[in-house]
Design a protein around this ligand. Structure first.
Ligand code: ADP
Ligand code: MG
Length: 298
């Protein structure tokens, strides 16, 4: 019986070895398995998985950005790892994803699209002069923030789809690479989320945003304004950040006058004084710039 087992195992081993050697007739496969630095014999029984790894990496070669990832598990590739008695295969971040994870590790996002999370200075459209004052502001911001000088945030108003959120996210990602922490909240969704967490982690979420070293309140004015979110959320956030000199950024389709009207009008009651106070705080804390260009959304 022992002899039969030995024979079967030996035959099995020979078959696996043959399959592996046959696969090596493909140059890409051969180069890949040699690049792994894993003992060849140990790899024999994984030929098919290794071929999957090579196939995925061929797809990766033609990929210019994480957003175009063609894999089922976006941004991840099947990767072998040498263990003592076997080789294990896990999905690990691809090179583009690793770069992205590294670059954005200091930015917290609430309900932000993948495109926005991937925003970078090097991909900024430079075809249009209306962005120049914003880029100039970014440069000034970066240099004074790095030098620990008091810095104003930005209230960026302008047309829908002009790239307001994208540009500020690119700045935050750049700051993240230098180790500076920031948060981007898509404001209407943040409010909805906060409202539904009254019995849960309300304080934690609220304080996280309130105290973030740099904050973007994205799309202010797109929320349904209520006395609660104006007086219990926005107002204390701005008050705290003003006292602590924490830069706050905003994007909005409204200019400040329109935002004031929006904030004044809460479910049938008009409260001009409270709205005015908020606008004054925004003005104190932020530069105001406008970006009006064609809609960049597909
Ligand atoms: P807004 O916030 O002004 O409504 P977004 O920032 O969401 O607009 O931009 C709209 C789309 O255009 C996004 O999907 C983004 O990927 C793209 N985009 C905008 N501005 C740029 C830019 N300067 N460089 C590269 N892509 C951009
Ligand atoms: Mg936006």
């Amino acid at each position: 019986m022992d002899n039969i087992n030995k024979f079967i195992n030996g035959k099995h081993h020979q078959d696996l070895k043959k399959a592996f050697i046959d696969a090596c007739s493909d140059k890409d496969f051969k180069n890949y398995v040699y690049s792994l630095g894993i003992e060849e014999e140990k790899l024999y029984k994984y030929t098919s998985l290794l071929q999957d790894c090579v196939k995925e990496r061929k797809v990766c070669k033609n990929c210019s950005s994480l957003l175009e990832c063609k894999h089922d598990v976006k941004g991840y590739v099947l990767t072998p790892e040498d263990k003592e008695y076997r080789v294990v295969f896990n999905y690990c971040p691809c090179s583009k994803n690793k770069e992205y994870l590294e670059n954005t590790k200091n930015v917290t996002y609430y309900q932000v699209s993948r495109e926005i999370k991937n925003a970078s200075f090097k991909d900024l459209y430079k075809d249009d002069k209306s962005r120049l004052p914003i880029i100039k502001y970014f440069k000034d911001f970066m240099s004074s923030y790095k030098n620990d000088e008091k810095t104003k945030g930005l209230f960026l108003t302008g047309s829908f789809g002009s790239g307001k959120t994208y540009m500020i996210s690119a700045l935050f990602n750049e700051l993240s690479k230098k180790g500076f922490k920031s948060t981007i909240v898509y404001y209407p969704e943040f409010l909805r989320n906060l409202k539904s967490s009254f019995n849960d982690d309300y304080e934690e979420k609220f304080n996280y945003v309130k105290t973030s070293p740099i904050l973007l309140i994205d799309d202010i004015g797109a929320e349904n304004c209520s006395g609660w979110n104006r007086d219990e959320v926005l107002s204390p956030i701005l008050q705290y950040r003003m006292e602590e000199h924490l830069p706050t950024f905003f994007t909005s389709n409204f200019n400040l006058e329109e935002l004031e009207d929006h904030l004044a009008n809460t479910s049938g009651t008009i409260d001009k004084v409270k709205a005015r106070r908020i606008i004054e705080r925004i003005k104190q804390q932020s530069e105001v710039l406008t970006l009006i260009t064609k809609n960049r959304r597909n």
